[in-house]
Write a protein that binds this ligand. Structure first.
Ligand SMILES: [Zn+2]
Length: 561
């Protein structure tokens, strides 16, 4: 069935919660692990059913943020989701307290139990109203963001389309595009500040009601991090030592190559004097080429792409009113992955497409390999490794999209990974500072952001750009509002993706095999166990980042020769 034909109806939440509660009672009375596992499956079905409709509503709302029907549906889910979380948590309590816990662990793995324990600590009935309000504030931010339609170049366009102009060979156009984008945030400055202020205070209060000092502690548990703030501090230092100086060097070379002496922020995305590589085709044609790429890559990818292509499980063409996001989700009852983003005609389209295809492959593969849906989903860092590695492992097919510019794209991909890691870390660092200083004013938050940017991205020069000069850039980052602390995951994952890239450079076949092993682990084990099982290197070890980056630096240096 095609995505657009899937019928939507608002789920009967009382009934679903009733079912989950009844299953809990049955579970507690069950006389064996085998019976408990059968009940566990029924619980997964009930929960999956709710997820299916909430996911469909979210997809359709993101495809057209102005459609009043799905705006109302999103309001409905914002309000009821804490009640569903409560029922899920209560069921999980029974699983954690099972008499047959050891046998259940044999089947479900201990990682699942660790996650549930962490989850339990982040929920209480006392915070349900705050959770519902938090949901509404996130939706408000997303609606405000999606309302951004800018007059530019004689057209009314959204911010994704506008971003394409930031790579224009004409410097004045690049600058005008950066300013037009910033203007939307300047014009709505107060609204963005108010929403964030409410979110910080809301989350801080949730933390206090749960018995924590601050929301950062809650976030570590919610994000199920298998590492500590000390590990993160170590990673930050390695980034400063290893990557930042190299990035400064690359940017200096970029400034020379494009012929600007006073390198500014609006030059940042323009890397090649004869123009950045661009896909040569329209969104529809890109999807056809994606079908060819995945068809040729492996049996697993072929099966997936046929399913996605035949059922139209993509929405990548830009439209006004489309949410400014890129994502891949799975529609549980149908087993369908769905890929969403706004193609804007730049190299980023292929990066995003291959990225989201990596997520889709992981979702589809674990669905087939792992019986219980609750343990299919890997740790977020591992999930982003699936996607970020696919950006590199799809290299043999990049020429389909870029033709003679494929080599330029490879260079861009490796360098953008190195530019990204420090950026990813400041999105995390910023939130650490904000949530340990919930009393901060908007100006204090901006100042903290700016200082981090100056430290980790020292080549950025914001002269002539008031929005950026005052440290407002973080307001463009959806995750900071709607998915707190979801970002270091990308920086960690990027270091793993760079390892897959290095493997690919020496042996394509074994890189793919190892990648599939990594993907198939799903949520059966935690991040570090998966890293170990695949013989890879964790970045939370002194000196790890230098080892990981060495072959990549060498590969980039060799491009010059
Ligand atoms: Zn991703």
């Amino acid at each position: 069935m095609k995505l657009k034909e899937i019928p939507y109806k608002r789920p009967d939440v009382d009934q679903i919660i009733g079912t989950i509660n009844a299953l809990k009672t049955e579970f507690e009375k069950a006389e064996s692990a085998a019976v408990q596992l059968e009940i566990f499956k029924k619980y997964e079905e009930a929960r999956g059913h709710y997820d299916t409709y909430s996911c469909l509503s979210n997809i359709r709302n993101s495809m057209d943020s102005f459609d009043p029907f799905y705006i109302a549906e999103q309001e409905f889910y914002d309000t009821v989701s804490p009640r569903v979380t409560q029922a899920v948590n209560s069921f999980n309590e029974a699983v954690l307290g099972s008499r047959f816990k050891a046998e259940l662990k044999e089947v479900l793995g201990s990682y699942y139990f660790d996650c549930m324990e962490m989850q339990q600590k982040t929920f209480s009935e006392d915070i349900m109203d705050l959770m519902a309000e938090e949901n509404r504030l996130c939706t408000e931010y997303e609606q405000l963001y999606a309302s951004a339609i800018v007059d530019f170049d004689g057209r009314k366009i959204n911010l994704s389309q506008l971003a394409a102009y930031m790579q224009n060979p004409d410097r004045e156009i690049r600058k005008a595009a950066v300013l037009a984008d910033a203007k939307f945030f300047e014009d709505n400055r107060e609204k963005f500040d108010i929403i964030y202020d409410k979110l910080v205070k809301n989350r801080d209060l949730q933390a206090k009601k749960l018995g924590f000092d601050n929301y950062m502690q809650v976030a570590y548990l919610k994000r199920k991090r298998a590492y500590s703030p000390e590990d993160v501090a170590n990673f930050r230092q390695q980034i400063l030592d290893v990557i930042v100086p190299k990035n400064v060097e690359y940017k200096k070379a970029q400034a020379e190559a494009i012929g600007v002496e006073d390198f500014r922020f609006y030059d940042d995305d323009f890397a090649f004097p004869d123009g950045n590589p661009k896909p040569k085709y329209s969104p529809d044609e890109i999807l056809k080429l994606c079908k060819q790429m995945f068809g040729e890559m492996s049996a697993e990818t072929k099966e997936l792409i046929d399913l996605m292509y035949d059922n139209e499980l993509f929405d990548i063409a830009p439209r006004n009113g489309k949410r400014a996001a890129g994502y891949c989700v799975t529609i549980h009852d149908y087993g369908y992955p769905f890929i969403f983003f706004n193609a804007n005609g730049t190299q980023g389209d292929i990066k995003t497409l291959t990225h989201e295809c990596g997520h889709a492959l992981a979702a589809y593969t674990t669905q087939k390999e792992i019986e219980y849906s609750s343990i299919r989903h890997a740790a977020m860092e591992a999930c982003e490794t699936h996607s970020m590695s696919m950006e590199f492992l799809s290299s043999p097919w990049h020429h389909l999209f870029f033709e003679e510019d494929a080599a330029k794209y490879s260079e861009h991909l490796a360098k953008s990974a190195l530019y990204f890691i420090p950026y990813g870390i400041i999105v995390d660092y910023f939130q650490e500072l904000v949530y340990t200083h919930p009393e901060w004013t908007p100006d204090e938050r901006n100042a903290a952001w700016l200082e981090l940017e100056n430290t980790y991205i020292p080549y950025n020069n914001f002269e002539g750009l008031p929005f950026y000069s005052r440290g407002g850039r973080w307001q463009k980052k959806i995750h900071i509002y709607a998915m707190p602390f979801y970002y270091i995951d990308y920086s960690v994952a990027q270091t793993l993706a760079l390892q897959f890239f290095s493997m690919y450079l020496t042996d394509e076949k074994s890189a793919w095999e190892k990648y599939m092993k990594f993907v198939k682990a799903g949520g059966k084990m935690n991040l570090f166990e998966t890293i170990d099982a695949c013989g890879m290197t964790s970045v939370f070890r002194d000196g790890a980042l230098a080892e990981i980056c060495k072959p990549v630096f060498e590969w980039i240096d060799n491009l010059k020769k």
